[in-house]
Design a protein around this ligand. Structure first.
Ligand SMILES: *Cc1c(COP(=O)(O)O)cnc(C)c1O
Length: 225
């Protein structure tokens, strides 16, 4: 067995355990394998072990791998990195999902540039839940307007909220995200995804209602800085 296949099994067991502890059905939590800075060959290995959803953070690197792996037609690519406006076209054309939309200009460009694809783009809004000045993400105050904008966009589907909380306040941030998610789900029926939890904190995230954990290191090993 390859180490990637082994690691995938271990991560899935961790997810199962976290779900049991939280009294949640395991089907509620999906695993996004974060393959940034890892070669296409390792993605193919994970794919042959049954993993279909992959997350990437750097547009140019991702597009190269999407092209290299075009023959694996059931891969679903998710963009999870910070978005510069000159990169939206490449994102709209190469990804099924985006987790990191955090301002109106980006949502508007993605909607326009998705227009010539067969399927709409699945969108999560990134929330700067720890209020860090250096972090991407919309503030809690900016969310209502952004949710309405994405919901009204023909080529976008409003799917969820995403956060990368500060390490030392993550449990509290996860709870705040869960409260926001539940609040807005009542208003937007397509909202079904709470994207939070990484290799180091997926158990806490699942305990606070995460429906998609984004895991890199625990599957592919550490990345070069
Ligand atoms: C890199 C990254 C991850 C994965 O982090 P690990 O600690 O390697 O599991 C998850 N989410 C985002 C947004 C990332 O950039």
């Amino acid at each position: 067995m390859t180490s990637i296949k082994h690691n995938l099994m271990t991560v899935k067991q961790q997810i199962e355990q976290a779900c049991q502890q939280a009294h949640r059905p395991v089907e509620q939590v999906s695993l996004l394998a974060v393959s940034k800075k890892k070669p296409a060959e390792q993605i193919a290995q994970a794919h042959s072990a049954g993993q279909k959803q992959f997350g990437e953070s750097y547009v140019q690197e991702a597009v190269e791998k999407v092209t290299q792996l075009q023959h694996l037609t059931d891969i679903e690519w998710h963009f999870i990195g910070p978005i510069q406006s000159n990169k939206t076209k490449a994102i709209a054309e190469n990804f099924a999902w985006v987790h990191s939309v955090d301002r109106a200009k980006i949502a508007e460009r993605l909607n326009e540039q998705r227009g010539n694809q067969d399927t709409p783009l699945q969108v999560c809004l990134q929330v700067n839940i720890s209020g860090e000045a250096s972090k991407s993400g919309a503030t809690v105050e900016q969310l209502p307007e952004l949710l309405a904008l994405v919901d009204n966009s023909e080529h976008l589907v409003l799917r969820g909220l995403m956060a990368i909380p500060e390490k030392n306040s993550s449990a509290q941030s996860f709870e705040q995200m869960q409260a926001l998610f539940l609040q807005y789900q009542a208003q937007y029926p397509t909202l079904d995804t709470l994207s939070m939890g990484m290799s180091g904190d997926m158990t806490a995230a699942i305990n606070s209602g995460s429906t998609m954990v984004r895991v890199g290191t625990a599957i592919f090993g550490s990345r070069e800085a």
